[in-house]
Design a protein around this ligand. Structure first.
Ligand code: 13P
Length: 286
């Protein structure tokens, strides 16, 4: 299955009321492991990259690495740019082949955000790409972007007007969710998801996936959160498995990088498989 448009993945998921995991990959190992999990589950999947990862590798090199694995994936997959407030990086990734972008202009006032997001949607369309919009911050700092302060939430009318007038393909609402591990069980405004989907017909993106319960995921997915973002869970699986392995390597005085990579791959795969199953996307590849 070649790379498919993010909109196709999300519109099908919204219609079928299942969630597609959007995993923030950080390198070749995590990319391959997430795709292997999706292949084993026969599930569509979204790979997303933070701006930090784009800057770390350089856009062209990151695209080459990720697409080297995506090309051979036996399941539908797309490449998404996560929270990006920088129009230059948006343009660069759209020109460079990303399937979709999250233009995160929540720090602008809504009118200016709307004006610029409309431009980004037009730009994306010229590349056959899609856009996720955001008018409220998602609490928590993710790869250097965001804030720990609780975001100001806009009214339903403002959000619906933004979605309708910009023509975004997907929307990231603040519903009590937060990036990073939750310090206390969050109180989620699930009704807001239902109201936004009923008023606009577009899929919602659930940010701050790490740490939500299976029941919370499934309730929000049934209401229209078709894209479910997981970043912290991947980073923890990747690094905790390395820590565990390296402690053993030190104790044994045995230093074999491929064994470390196998251990990390297994941990990242397991994390992704668990989420894919909870989201109900197993067996949904086409
Ligand atoms: P977590 O880091 O909580 O998994 O959130 C991921 C996310 O929403 C990426 O935008």
């Amino acid at each position: 299955m070649p790379v498919v448009p993010t909109k196709e993945i999300l519109d099908r998921a919204l219609a079928g009321r299942y969630g597609v995991g959007a995993f923030n990959v950080v390198d070749d190992l995590s990319t391959e492991a997430v795709l292997a999990a999706a292949a084993e589950e026969n599930a569509p999947v979204i790979l997303q990259t933070s701006v930090k990862t784009v800057r770390q590798y350089g856009r062209a090199r990151l695209f080459a690495i990720v697409t080297a694995f995506m090309r051979d994936a036996p399941v539908p997959v797309s490449l998404h740019l996560d929270h990006c407030p920088d129009r230059a990086v948006i343009t660069d990734c759209l020109q460079g082949g990303w399937s979709s972008v999250l233009f995160d202009a929540h720090e602008l006032d809504v009118a200016e955000n709307l004006r610029q997001t409309t431009e980004v949607v037009a730009e994306a369309r010229r590349h056959g790409a899609h856009v996720e919009g955001e008018i409220e911050g998602i609490q928590g700092v993710e790869d250097g972007i965001g804030s720990d302060a609780a975001p100001a939430v806009q009214t339903l009318e403002v959000a619906v007007d933004f979605i309708t007038r910009t023509g975004v393909d997907c929307f990231a609402p603040a519903i009590g969710n937060a990036h990073g591990q939750y310090k206390a069980a969050p109180t989620l405004d699930h009704q807001r998801v239902s109201d936004l989907v009923a008023a606009t017909g577009i899929p919602m993106a659930l940010h701050g996936g790490t740490g939500l319960s299976p029941e919370q995921f499934q309730d929000l997915i049934s209401r229209g959160c078709a894209k479910v973002n997981i970043s912290t869970g991947l980073k923890e699986a990747y690094m905790r498995s390395a820590l565990e392995f390296l402690r053993g390597a030190e104790a044994k005085g045995s230093w074999d990088p491929p064994s470390l990579f196998r251990h990390q791959r297994a941990a990242v795969m397991e994390m992704a498989r668990e989420h894919i199953r909870i989201f109900g996307s197993s067996g949904r590849a086409w």
